[in-house]
Design a protein around this ligand. Sequence first.
Ligand SMILES: Cc1ncc(COP(=O)(O)O)c(C=O)c1O
Length: 388
Amino acid sequence: MAFASKLPDIGTTIFTVMSRRALELGALNLGQGFPDYDIDPRITHLVTAAMAAGHNQYAPMPGTWDLRLQIAQKISTCYGLSVDPETEITITLGATEAIYSAIQASVGAGDEVIIFDPAYDSYDPAIRLAGGRALRLPLLLPDFRYDWDRVRASITERTRLIIVNSPHNPACTLMSAADLDALAAIIAGRDIFVLSDEVYEHVVFDGRTHASVLAHDALRARCFAVFSFGKTLHATGIRVGYCIAPAELTRELRKVHQFNTFSIAHPLQHAIAAYLAQAPEVWKGLAGFFQAKRDRLRQALAGSRFKLPPAAGTYFQLLDFSALDSCDDSTFAERLLTEAGVATIPLSPFYAVAPPLTVVRLCIAKRDATLDEGAARLAAFAQRLDRE
Ligand SMILES: Cc1ncc(COP(=O)(O)O)c(C=O)c1O
């Protein structure tokens, strides 16, 4: 019997592949974006307490009231905005489910969605499963800038959604207020919605601020904004995220959500709400915490012939190998894995059609000892290449 795949070209994600190979080869994993240090023990205790208190049956479909209240409070503190927890906040299974459900809610057969390469890998398959088509526009190299003229020229009657991501994985760049204005001007007067992936909202460096779509009146009115407690609590395995959208959009998102995941792990929601009540501003420390890690890695590699492009935010730092090798990024990532003992992520899998790329992505959400060891291995490899 032949089974017709809906996603025939999709294999295992580059993140999983690299993590598996790092394990097989005993390489240091600076590839997949997850911390290798412990989470705040208060969260562990609160999860145990929530289970002991009996919060082990279905949670309310949109999320527990307490957690939605805490999120509303956090949005008010962060952005000075009022968000209605009843009608505008939905707790999801990580940001991944928020992205998937928002796409299923808004994209129909034959609709077009503009996404920007290098694009986070869950966008395109979710669009195709909704019957839509992704129009993949490249961010302009070398700085990964938006080309808003090209976006404007690419809009058609079928354009239904535009997906943006800031701080950007894997480019480590931020959208500016001018970018948001340009986006708002392009969709004004059209039935086009925006999905804004803001999972790294708090990991913004060098005193910059995150320009959230939520703080942009015109965009806020037609935007699904998605966030992740996995990133904010250094706990990617916790799989709790949320989507903030106007009531009309939230209503449609919840129709998908209730038949997709229905509701999210009840004890985890209790624990996160209690944690945010205890440590309401815990996210304020994230920028400094990760900036110190970024700077540590940059300093450790400063004397090598790797170049380190500016990194304005996220869990990541790009590593430019153009002075060392003329191969493509996937080949160089393979060399780093097998010859330097360091797993990284090439950027070409984030493209429909990859341009020549001379960077790979390093994850900085690691213990200092891991970063030091990774930098030492990379620097030693660069020296070996110099001598070849
Ligand atoms: C840009 C971006 N969006 C979404 C996600 C998914 O977030 P979550 O782990 O909460 O599903 C990630 C995770 O790495 C990401 O980097």
